[in-house]
Ligand binder design. Structure first.
Ligand SMILES: [Fe+2]
Length: 300
């Protein structure tokens, strides 16, 4: 079976050898064609009168030359221009590939995000790369990670198995942020034979103390089958839509569920999930048929 890494290498390798298509997939689509992906929905049990615009940024994967602090700052300005009520970030801030001309440290990408502004605040969760690129956190088997500290240093709270209650026009709602499901990598030195998640869905939702609607932020969409219908909407990233997507199909998706949660709006029974295609990339600097996107979700 072909792995995600093998597939993206193959695609990247063939694209790089075909100069014009290569320039498109490696340069133009990853960098220039960022767009706003808009959704508008009324989830089940959503209170009448609560009109909420959520803007989400996922999988920034800061690195040079593709995702510089300057580009991150301009994405933040684009997000602000959508006039969101609340901004959420879905994790994976550091580079997820070695094919970079230079690293962008948390001390650079976090200040670039500090310009994000919304009346109900800017909130973040963490992704697997926020954990994987932090050797001290891997060794300790615990945070706070470099990403978490950097976000908090610029005034962006991080929800790891935690919730916050916000209010608009007299209606409350909850943001619930799940800790990462793949946080700890296997490694002999660390005494781990497999990946270990730090997510606690039940514990997180137990902190929701009234009947107001819940928006769950979970980096990997694989949690979705376990999410109860009490949650109005789940927002995820991580898959990058496969990075290569043709005719609504992504050949390789880093998910146990393959294409089921690869990209977009998924409704299962009365539960709603939106998976962002994200902004950056991992493994190979390739995007094809999957432009970088900022999510704008209008609820109500
Ligand atoms: Fe991820």
């Amino acid at each position: 079976m072909i792995t995600r890494r093998g597939f993206l290498r193959l695609i990247g390798g063939s694209f790089l050898s075909m100069v014009s298509l290569g320039a498109y997939a490696v340069g133009i689509e990853p960098m220039l064609l960022t767009h706003v992906k808009r959704y508008s929905l009324t989830p089940p049990h959503w209170p009448a009168g609560l009109k909420l615009r959520v803007v989400a940024l996922a999988d920034i994967h800061a690195c040079r030359p593709w995702m510089t602090p300057e580009r991150i700052a301009s994405l933040a300005a684009e997000a602000n221009a959508l006039k969101p009520d609340v901004i959420v970030m879905l994790g994976d801030f550091p580079a997820g590939t070695r094919l970079v001309s230079d690293w962008v440290d948390a001390s650079e990408w976090a200040p670039a995000l500090s310009g994000l502004k919304a009346p109900l605040g800017v909130w973040s969760i963490l992704g697997n790369h926020d954990w994987w690129e932090d050797r001290a956190a891997q060794a300790a088997g615990a945070g706070p990670t470099i990403s978490r500290k950097a976000l908090e240093a610029v005034g962006i709270p991080v929800l790891e198995n935690d919730v916050v209650r916000l209010e608009k026009d007299g209606h409350g709602f909850w943001l619930a942020g799940l800790a990462d499901q793949l946080a700890l990598r296997p490694g002999q030195a660390w005494g781990r034979t497999g990946f270990k998640g730090l997510d606690d869905l039940d514990g997180t939702l137990a902190k929701v103390s009234d009947g107001a609607p819940v928006i769950l932020l979970a980096h990997e969409p694989d949690i979705f089958p376990k999410v109860p219908s009490r949650v109005s909407l789940t927002l995820s990233g991580h898959t990058h839509g496969g990075q290569v997507r043709l005719f609504g199909y992504s050949p390789v998706v880093p998910s146990r569920f393959g294409n089921r949660y690869a990209y977009g709006h998924v409704v299962e029974q009365d539960r709603n999930l939106i998976v962002s295609g994200g902004l950056g990339f991992s493994i190979m600097p390739v995007r094809f048929g999957m432009r970088p996107e900022i999510l704008q979700i209008d609820l109500g």
